[in-house]
Design a protein around this ligand. Structure first.
Ligand SMILES: N[C@@H](CCC(=O)N[C@@H](CS)C(=O)NCC(=O)O)C(=O)O
Length: 214
């Protein structure tokens, strides 16, 4: 039996679940998953029973004598980076790592207009919808700048934000889905990065599992 269990919400909509799920998959560690139906009383009751916040994602690590529960997407990603340093979930370079952590935290705590107006709906195609809502344009512009700056300054050794796949890519993965759904205008460099993420094996695996869910 795998040591790790990740509790997530329905993949079509649970953007917070997608992030640590991608990071966990990237470690190569075997894991079980529990998928709770999004925004249903049954799903909520199970989430409340399993974790302290009643929210997903939640990671349960049974490697030790007592199970360790880690909640909140970014904390789970940090825990995985610490558990599997060889997976390179943060960039090795100190400055790159500081930037990766900053933009990951920025995503975790910010971009509220975008998250409210452009909900993640994995396979929807709604070009232009919500893009005129207050604050959305500024959020898109900031995301474009992040993608361009990281790819230009740190992404020379590979196609991801910091060359190889890191937690920063996982944190922005739901935004990639939203860009595909709502089609805001992006710069060429950002657009290339979006294409990289849409072809990422982890991103594809999440989508394949989502197709089987509903
Ligand atoms: N800050 C949390 C947010 C978690 C969150 O809001 N999860 C949503 C699913 S994407 C949830 O559990 N919603 C159910 C509810 O609000 O009752 C994180 O980063 O994990």
């Amino acid at each position: 039996m795998p040591h790790f269990t990740i509790v997530i919400g329905t993949r079509h909509w649970s953007s917070w679940s997608m992030r640590p799920w991608l990071a966990l998959r990237h470690t190569g560690a075997p894991f079980d998953e529990v998928v709770l139906p999004h925004r249903t009383p049954a799903g909520k009751a199970e989430a409340v029973a399993l974790g302290p916040t009643g929210l997903v994602p939640l990671l349960i690590d049974r490697r030790g004598d007592e199970p360790v529960k880690v909640w909140d997407s970014l904390a789970i990603c940090e825990y995985l980076a610490e558990s599997y340093p060889e997976a390179g979930l943060w960039p090795a370079d100190r400055v790159a790592r500081a930037t990766a952590r900053s933009i990951s935290a920025e995503m975790h705590s910010g971009f509220r207009p975008l998250r409210i107006a452009l909900g993640m709906d994995l396979f929807e195609h709604l070009p232009g919808v919500g893009l005129d809502e207050p604050g959305v344009g500024a959020d898109i512009a900031r995301i474009d700048t992040i993608f361009r700056d990281c790819r230009t300054a740190y992404g020379l050794d590979g196609p991801y934000l910091f060359g190889h796949f890191t937690i920063a890519d996982a944190m922005y993965a739901p935004v990639i889905s939203r860009i595909r759904t709502y089609e805001p205008k992006m710069s060429d460099i950002a657009g290339e990065y979006v294409a990289t993420m849409l072809a990422d094996p982890g991103f594809r695996a999440w989508e394949d599992a989502a197709r089987r869910e509903l």
